[in-house]
Design a protein around this ligand. Structure first.
Ligand code: SF4
Length: 285
């Protein structure tokens, strides 16, 4: 049996027989790269779309939100590390086929017209992109919408597979500095290409989230550069500037000061019309 290379993300894991990739959701099974996380659901909840976050897409509605396990990035501050950094033996999961998931969403919609679709979220959904694709097709067949919440660090061919099925997306842009992405095991150019492709996809509404981590990406100059880049893609893109809280392996610093989040929003507004705070409560400090 031979080694195979996974082409889903820029890590390009070379998988010897039986080996699982860095994301822990794909592996070499009988000489082929297989999405081991396909259909394995760890989390299922109905969330307001504002929680995804989506600020300018069907406000007041809700989506059936599902997560699996695995992620190709290693953000020390991950709030969802219990599933994002887990493999199949580390977390409880149950199999929900695309048909079953779409049927659950359809039944929820029948009871509540404001429950408008399904969100692929919580861990990195695109390490199991085949499940997103297959489920999204069935969700559309139910007359419901698909929402993608992703770090976007996958190759263009994966984005192209799912983009026509996505009605709204929130993509993380963690930094505009390549070295920051390298430290997380990711690739800035790859994420930028994902945002470009989704923004160019007809019918796909795109919002972006930047978590402001003290000492990592909290300078005004970086926010200025990041927002300018987004505006170059599309000045109507929505940006969420979000407050960090200590989590997982990053507990050596406090939360981002609320005032700093608002100052950075002012910087972003030099370039973008739609900029929102995240995790800041309701009032400016
Ligand atoms: S998707 Fe997973 S297995 Fe494939 S290259 Fe990325 S980290 Fe490796």
């Amino acid at each position: 049996m031979s080694s195979v290379t996974c082409e889903v993300c820029p890590r390009g894991c070379v998988l010897t027989p039986g080996k699982v990739g860095a994301c822990r959701a794909r592996g070499n099974v009988d000489g082929a790269v297989v999405g081991l996380g396909y259909g394995r659901v760890t989390s299922l909840a109905v969330d307001p779309v504002e929680k995804k976050p989506l600020a300018r897409w069907r406000p007041g509605t809700r989506v059936l939100s599902l997560g699996g396990y695995g992620c190709n990035l290693r953000c020390a501050w991950c709030q969802n590390h219990s599933i994002s950094q887990a493999g199949e033996d580390d977390v409880g999961w149950r199999v929900l086929s695309p048909a079953k998931l779409a049927a659950i969403a359809g039944a929820l919609h029948a009871e509540d017209a404001a429950m408008v679709g399904v969100a692929y979220t919580y861990n990195e959904p695109l390490v199991s992109w085949e499940y997103v694709r297959d489920t999204a097709r069935m969700v559309h067949a139910e007359g419901l919408a698909n929402v993608l919440v992703s770090a976007g660090c996958v190759r263009a061919q994966v984005v192209d597979e799912v983009a026509p099925l996505i009605d709204a997306a929130n993509i993380d842009l963690k930094s505009i500095r390549p070295e920051t992405y390298r430290a997380l095991g990711g690739d800035l150019a790859c994420v930028q290409e994902t945002i470009r492709r989704l923004a160019a996809e007809p019918g796909c509404h795109v919002e972006v989230t930047t978590l402001v981590v003290p000492g990592v990406n909290d300078s005004a100059s970086e926010m200025d550069e990041l927002a300018a880049w987004l505006a170059d893609v599309d000045p109507q893109l929505v940006l969420h500037v979000t407050r960090f809280f200590p989590a997982w392996r990053m507990t050596d610093r406090g939360p981002t000061p609320v005032a700093q989040v608002y100052d950075l929003m002012d910087v972003a507004r030099r370039h973008l019309a739609h900029v929102y705070p995240g995790n800041c409560g309701t009032r400016r400090a």
